[in-house]
Design a protein around this ligand. Structure first.
Ligand code: GSH
Length: 208
């Protein structure tokens, strides 16, 4: 298994689920990393020195030796291809890779637009948007049905699809979205939390 020559630098914020999915995957792969906090509540992500790492002005970003990668799903893909030669976390065959990518698209779409945005509204004291709740309900119902037949999102074992979907699903109650109706979804969360080297994300003050 290849190893980085120095700890991978991860620019993150402790309440960013996008950044947490990267820290989680680094931990699951048992790769050394150094977390550098960017205070997105103070606009540090829009300063020139950070924009030179990610012109979109968002965490997460990683630096691995001379390589800089932004975007959580791009980072998961990079880490899986470079550091997991077994192809377990990101299958190398066309169908297996497509099945994972299908869920990475969900992680960048309805997961963010539904439960993700509902949580951000609570965290930042913004008015709640009913559309977020509707998107979350439709998504979690679909995931729950899917997980009745499969242990993990893209098949019989965990892949980066599960890593990408975990955080904003687990933290949906912080946005007022209950997980109680979804028994299969909750069982899937517990399976991920039982993986060796799992690390969670801090709960937001909204529910502390
Ligand atoms: N597509 C990006 C989205 C990242 C993202 O939305 N990051 C948020 C924190 S969760 C951020 O940095 N927001 C600050 C801003 O937009 O100014 C990814 O997957 O990494």
């Amino acid at each position: 298994m290849p190893r980085p020559t120095a700890p991978i630098r991860v620019y993150h914020h402790p309440l960013s689920g996008h950044a947490h999915r990267v820290r989680l995957f680094l931990s699951l792969l048992a790769l050394p990393f150094e977390a550098i906090e960017i205070d997105i509540t103070k606009g540090e992500q829009k300063r020139p020195e950070f924009l030179s790492l990610n012109a979109f002005g968002e965490v997460p970003v990683i630096q691995d030796g001379g390589v800089t990668i932004a975007d959580s799903n791009a980072i998961l893909t990079y880490l899986a291809i470079l550091y997991d030669e077994s192809g377990r976390w990101l299958p190398r065959d066309a169908v297996g890779a497509a099945q994972v990518q299908r869920w990475l698209s969900v992680a960048a779409g309805p997961l963010v637009n539904g439960p993700g945005d509902a949580r951000v509204n609570v965290l930042f004291g913004r008015p709640q948007n009913t559309r977020c709740g509707e998107i979350a309900t439709a998504l979690f119902k679909r995931m729950d049905e899917h997980l009745a037949a499969e242990s993990y999102l893209a098949g019989a074992h965990a892949t980066i699809a599960d890593v990408a979907l975990y955080t904003y699903t687990a933290h949906a109650p912080e946005g007022g979205v209950s997980l109680q109706p979804y028994a299969q979804l909750r069982a899937w969360l517990r399976r991920i939390e039982a993986l060796p080297n799992f690390i969670g994300m801090v709960r937001s003050k909204a529910l502390a």
